[in-house]
Every structure is written in structure tokens, then in C-alpha cells.
Design a protein around this ligand. Structure first.
Ligand code: HEC
Ligand code: HEC
Ligand code: HEC
Ligand code: HEC
Ligand code: HEC
Length: 396
């Protein structure tokens, strides 16, 4: 047991990122706008820019719920989640003394309180999260995640995809995880996530489930196109034309991304309707965060045009101690994973009602299932909204 403890401590100190002070010259995306307008405006519309307690209702209420139900201080939970959600935070651990101080309500103005209120982390996954990564420990055990997997560059050094760039505002350095192997960069955080009560309860395991080597950025940033990495023109030099990408990081919260994300095929086998949902993407859908939901809406239509409706929910349910409903982060048990596997399919069979003449099946996606929306009292309509994926008809 003692050896295990020593080993864990050793691994943690081996990989734990040391926070680097950020100069106000670089700390926020607005500072990059004069010269990298497109990247800044693309990124501002992404959910990477909303990854902060004050900006994402679901994230905030998950933290509050976790703190309340596990009798921890809210700030301690925030610091745990910051590993991936706010990795430029200057404090990475919470001491026992702090917990005592915080429990007495005397934590205002402490180092931890200041670190959490700092403007530098309010932008979530901003430019300086990705472009200040110097090294990625991609061979580290899967349990080392987020900022513990990386080492930061020094102040004012931007790592990126070019071997020959110069900027008057900052230094530059080439790193292969921006061009040759960018999935390595995404897997720093999009690898696995587990309950804080039981590290064996993985509610997402994207890196392990990933099929093939397609680049995430081809689908979630954009295809490469000819443009300018920087529009800044200095001292009579020409601005270089480059092959660049949009910085959209568009995903589950963007309805347009869902259209045709899954394929649907209907057929009849004797008395049964066979619904085949195929996933051409390299990762499971839903993947990522637990509690996401696929809805299969089935309508049987009779000869007189009357419809008979049925809705099937493909989602995961979580329970904590005493069998109580839970969010993934506090779960000790989860129901069977109903995701459509990467490059795989899911088949649903239903008995066709006797009088049915035709059927219409529609597939939707929802960010949070009903159980979680109720548990956390999520109020923003986005969590409930049904995003259209695909629809098919069949006559019997
Ligand atoms: C989640 C990680 C991530 C974040 C956040 C991010 N970038 Fe990038 N950036 C990349 C990747 C990956 C590339 C390489 C894209 C490619 O193949 O061209 C890139 C490329 C660039 C380039 C070179 C041009 C290009 O498209 O290759 C510039 C300039 C740049 N980013 C600026 C920014 C700025 C400014 C911000 C903040 C608004 C930002 N980036 C935020 C990942 C990120
Ligand atoms: C005064 C203009 C200016 C400002 C402000 C500026 N940059 Fe740049 N940046 C440039 C120029 C010029 C290049 C080189 C473009 C080229 O070679 O095509 C560049 C290149 C880059 C690259 C690509 C580096 C590489 O070698 O691959 C990244 C990443 C980057 N900048 C990030 C940022 C971030 C983040 C900020 C804000 C904190 C920022 N820049 C602010 C002018 C600027
Ligand atoms: C430092 C950690 C980190 C890195 C590195 C990172 N991400 Fe993310 N990403 C997150 C977090 C955290 C969220 C969830 C933010 C939220 O919803 O509040 C997220 C969300 C997303 C989403 C979902 C957006 C939506 O609208 O639902 C996509 C897509 C995504 N990231 C793609 C990428 C890609 C592609 C890369 C690699 C170039 C990458 N990420 C690198 C942490 C990271
Ligand atoms: C061939 C295109 C493609 C590639 C490559 C790809 N994705 Fe996706 N991804 C999708 C589609 C389509 C969806 C569903 C619509 C959406 O959310 O964007 C999706 C969904 C997501 C989501 C939201 C899922 C959820 O249910 O919360 C995240 C996060 C994500 N992808 C990250 C990644 C990361 C990280 C990689 C690389 C390791 C990657 N994707 C590679 C197409 C792709
Ligand atoms: C290992 C990195 C990592 C850690 C640690 C982490 N997250 Fe996340 N989280 C992510 C990524 C990546 C996503 C985006 C996944 C997706 O959209 O499919 C995400 C998404 C979420 C979402 C969904 C947000 C939305 O807008 O839909 C919530 C809520 C969330 N995380 C809560 C937490 C809480 C609470 C903690 C701390 C107890 C935490 N996370 C710790 C990586 C992490």
C-alpha cells in the first residue's frame, strides 16, 4: 500500500504542470485580435470560450451539486475541474488548512480565492491554453489528465504549426502536435473522465474508443484553406499567404453540426420495423460528457392518416449512494452505455401495430437528459432543445 502511495506521488510530481505566471500582454484573446481577428472571432463563438463557472450553467450547477452532496468546499471542486476546464489556473491543489479556513467562511482574499477569481482563467480554453503548450506527455498513464499532461512555454512564446514564422508581438516555436499529430493536443483533455467518487466509473473514454487516425480538427475546426495566419503588416514586408483553419471548435451545442451526423435506415422484417442507426464518425455518439441523450421518435401512421407516437431515449442513468439519482461526477453506478459505437451501428426492432400503413422515424440529440435537467434545475432552454439529426419514412 505504501509503495502504491509513493508511486502515485512520484507520478504526480513527474507530470504535474507547474503554473507559469501570465503577463497581461497575453492573458486574454482580445490582445490577439488586432493581428488574428478570424481566430479570435471563431473561438469566441465556441464552447471552449464558455468553459468557466460563470459562463456555463450546466458546469456551474454540476460543481455546486458536487460540493453540496460530497460535503466539500465549492472552491476545492472548482480546482479539481480546472485541470481541463480552466488549465491556466495558478493554484493546482487545495491544502487541508484551506478547507478549514473555507468552512469557516474566511477564505475571501486567500491565494485560492484570488486564483479562482482571476481574469486569466475566465476565458476557459483560450489561445494561451493551446498555444502555450510546450510538451505533451502522451505516454503518461491515462489517469494523468488535462494540465497535468502538459508543460507550458515561457511567457510570450507561442507554439504553433509553422517552422518559419515571425511576429513583432511574441516569439514563436514550431510543435508537431499542431500539424502532424494534432489529436495528441485534443486528447490532453478529451481522453477520459470519471466520477470523483470512483475513478473506475469512466463515463467517457474517447481516446480508447477512437477508431483510426482522422484528425479531430478536420471536422471540429475546419478544412484547411488559403488565408492569413496574421493580418498584421510590419515594416514593408508582405503578409504571408498560409494554409490555415477556422477556430470554430463546433460541437454538441451547435445544431447545424448534428444534421446527418448519424445515418438512419428503415426496413421491415415480417411483423417488425427494423431501425438501423449507423455512426460514420471515429468516436461514439453520444461521446464525451455523460448524460447526453439520443432520442428516437417513431410515428406509425394508419390508412386514415391517424398517428401513433412512441419515443425511445438512448442515454445513461447515474446513481450515487443509497441508489439516489446522480450526475456522472458523483456516481458510483451507471446504466448500460447506449451510445452508437464509432464506425458502428445500433439496431432497434419494434412490433408494427396491426393497422399501420407507414412509419416516420426521426432522430434527435439532447445535451442533458430529463433526469439531469431536473436534478440540477437547468433552466436555459438549450439543455432541453431537441437538435435534429436525421429522418426517414417507410411504407408497409
Ligand atoms: C483547443 C486548442 C486551440 C485553441 C484554444 C486555439 N488554437 Fe490556434 N491553433 C490550434 C491548432 C490545432 C492549430 C493548427 C491548425 C492547422 O492545422 O492549421 C492552430 C493554429 C493557429 C494559428 C496559425 C494559423 C492556422 O490556422 O494554422 C494561429 C495564428 C492561431 N492558432 C491563433 C490562435 C488564437 C489567437 C487563439 C485564441 C483566440 C487560438 N489560436 C486558440 C489550436 C488552438
Ligand atoms: C502585433 C500583431 C500580433 C499580435 C498582437 C499577436 N500576434 Fe500572433 N502572430 C503575429 C504574426 C505576424 C505571426 C506570424 C504569421 C505568419 O508567419 O504567417 C503570428 C503567429 C502566431 C502563431 C503561429 C506561430 C507558429 O509559429 O506556428 C500563433 C499561435 C500566434 N501568433 C498566437 C498569438 C496569440 C495567442 C496572441 C495573443 C496573445 C497573438 N498571437 C498576438 C502577430 C501578432
Ligand atoms: C485544456 C483542455 C482541452 C483541450 C486541450 C481541448 N479541449 Fe475541447 N473541450 C474542453 C472542455 C473542458 C470542453 C467543454 C466546455 C464546456 O462545454 O463548457 C470542450 C469542448 C469541446 C467541444 C464541444 C463543443 C460543443 O459545442 O459542444 C469540441 C468539439 C472540442 N472541445 C474539440 C476540441 C478539439 C478538436 C481539440 C484539439 C484541437 C480540443 N477540443 C482540445 C477541453 C479541451
Ligand atoms: C469525421 C468527423 C469527425 C472527427 C474526425 C471527429 N469528430 Fe467529434 N464529432 C463529429 C460529429 C459529426 C459530432 C456530432 C455533432 C457535434 O456535436 O459536433 C461530433 C461530436 C463531438 C463532441 C460532442 C459530443 C457529445 O455528445 O458531447 C466532441 C466533444 C467531439 N466530437 C470531439 C472530438 C475529438 C476530440 C475528436 C478527435 C479525437 C473528434 N471529435 C473527431 C465528427 C467528428
Ligand atoms: C479530464 C478532463 C476533464 C476534467 C478533469 C473535467 N472535465 Fe468536464 N468536460 C471535459 C470535456 C472534454 C468536456 C466536453 C465533452 C463533450 O462535450 O462531449 C466536458 C464537459 C463538461 C460538462 C458539460 C458542459 C456542457 O456545456 O454541456 C460539464 C457539466 C462538466 N464537464 C462538468 C465537470 C465537472 C463538475 C468537473 C469536476 C468535478 C469536470 N467537468 C472535470 C473534460 C473534463
Amino acid at each position: 500500500m505504501r509503495y502504491v502511495f509513493v508511486l502515485l506521488l512520484f507520478i504526480a510530481t513527474l507530470y504535474g504542470a507547474k503554473p507559469v505566471h501570465l503577463s497581461s500582454k497575453y492573458e486574454s484573446a482580445i490582445k490577439c485580435k488586432t493581428c488574428h481577428e478570424m481566430m479570435v472571432s471563431d473561438w469566441s463563438g465556441s464552447w471552449h470560450s464558455k468553459s468557466h463557472y460563470n459562463k456555463d450553467e450546466y458546469f456551474r450547477k454540476s460543481i455546486d451539486f458536487t460540493a453540496r452532496k460530497s460535503l466539500q468546499n465549492v472552491n476545492s471542486v472548482k480546482i479539481k475541474c480546472a485541470k481541463c476546464h480552466n488549465p491556466r489556473i495558478s493554484v493546482t491543489k487545495v491544502s487541508d488548512e484551506y478547507n478549514v479556513v473555507a468552512a469557516l467562511g474566511l477564505d475571501a482574499g486567500t491565494k485560492i480565492d484570488k486564483a479562482l477569481e482571476d481574469k486569466k482563467i475566465s476565458e476557459g480554453i483560450n489561445c494561451l491554453v493551446c498555444h502555450n503548450i510546450d510538451k505533451i506527455h502522451d505516454k503518461a498513464p491515462a489517469s494523468i489528465r488535462g494540465m497535468d499532461r502538459v508543460e507550458w512555454t515561457r511567457n510570450g512564446m507561442m507554439s504553433g504549426p509553422f517552422k518559419n514564422s515571425k511576429s513583432p508581438y511574441h516569439k514563436t516555436q514550431y510543435r508537431s502536435f499542431f500539424d502532424k499529430n494534432p489529436n495528441k493536443l485534443c486528447f490532453v483533455c478529451h481522453a477520459n473522465d470519471h466520477s470523483i467518487v470512483s475513478s473506475k466509473l469512466l463515463f467517457t473514454n474517447m481516446q480508447k474508443e477512437y477508431k483510426g487516425s482522422q484528425k479531430c480538427i478536420e471536422c471540429h475546426m475546419s478544412k484547411k484553406f488559403s488565408g492569413y495566419a496574421s493580418t498584421y503588416k510590419f515594416k514593408g514586408t508582405e503578409i504571408k499567404k498560409r494554409r490555415i483553419r477556422h477556430h470554430l471548435f463546433a460541437g454538441a451545442h451547435k445544431e447545424r453540426m448534428w444534421k446527418k451526423a448519424l445515418e438512419l435506415h428503415l426496413s421491415q422484417k415480417k411483423q417488425h420495423l427494423v431501425i438501423e442507426i449507423s455512426n460514420p464518425q471515429p468516436h461514439n455518439i453520444p461521446t464525451g460528457f455523460g448524460g447526453r441523450e439520443l432520442l428516437v421518435d417513431i410515428q406509425f401512421i394508419d390508412a386514415a392518416g391517424k398517428t401513433n407516437k412512441k419515443e425511445i431515449s438512448l442515454t445513461t442513468h447515474y446513481t450515487r449512494k443509497h441508489g439516489r439519482t446522480s450526475i456522472p461526477h458523483l456516481a458510483i453506478k451507471q446504466s448500460k452505455n447506449l451510445s452508437v459505437p464509432a464506425k458502428g451501428k445500433k439496431i432497434i426492432r419494434l412490433l408494427i401495430p396491426e393497422n399501420a400503413a407507414a412509419t416516420k422515424v426521426t432522430l434527435y440529440y439532447r445535451l442533458a437528459n430529463e433526469e439531469i435537467r431536473n436534478l440540477l434545475h437547468l433552466t436555459d432552454p438549450i439543455w432541453k432543445k431537441k437538435f435534429f439529426i436525421n429522418s426517414k419514412k417507410l411504407e408497409f
